[in-house]
Design a protein around this ligand. Sequence first.
Ligand code: KIV
Length: 292
Amino acid sequence: MPFAPSLSAIHGRAPLSTFAPDLPAPSPIRRATAPGIVKRKGGEPVVVLTAYTARMAELLDPHTDVLLVGDSLGQVIYGLPSTVPVTLDMMIAHGAAVVRGSRRSLVVIDLPFGAYEASPEVAFATSARVLKETGAAAVKLEGGTAMAATIAFLAARGVPVMGHVGLTPQAVNVLGGYGARGKTEAEAAKILADARAVAEAGAFAMVIEGVVEPLARAITQAVPCPTIGIGASAACDGQVLVVDDMLGMFERVPRFVKRFDDLGARIGAAAAAYAAAVRSRAFPEEAQLYRA
Ligand code: KIV
């Protein structure tokens, strides 16, 4: 069935460069793959950013190895208080948009809270839906030893899995907050065991979030797959940030975020300039008028 034209196409703007009416997704041949990411262990750092929309994916894609459709979209896009309320339908809608907007990065989609934990079979059904309906080639799920059997089940059935250990935001109601993990010896040992279990189960990579530097280094040395740090130091094999944090869209960001722009302030200034131009009738000008 042919795809409906994109909104950009309808409005006469240049369509996304990857837009192909006869394909549900761009050819996977040109994309980074999960096995290709595994080979990056200990080599050139893996560059990961979150993306939630087609246009943002298109802008980031030339610079990233992996685009992560994170369930952080709950807070970033929907203004939710945590990732817990995020639904599978939300992840699929945004995941498909990111696949349409990109052509070279591996697209990884977060399995949302409640959609995979009950059993490996549930996780497989969810993952199959995600891969079929988005065109993405991998999923990410949170958890350590408790999720190892599920990761092995998925990996054996054709679903590349990125793990996520340390601070696992979907468990906020158990953890009681978003503070750094691994500060005590016992907690560090537990997180290291989680990471080993995730790797042994067959994860092709794992996010390490919000842990102290020596623990991130120990995990990175202990596991054969690339570690992708967020708030986990440069000892990891790659880095990920939430794109809106990195662009400066929010005034308050966690300590581990570096803002590479101040886009929030620039958007505010552009909106103020637009409002002033409308109110003074300085906009639209001659250049924006249709002529008979
Ligand atoms: O949901 C997300 O964006 C994530 C990253 C912060 C790793 O899991």
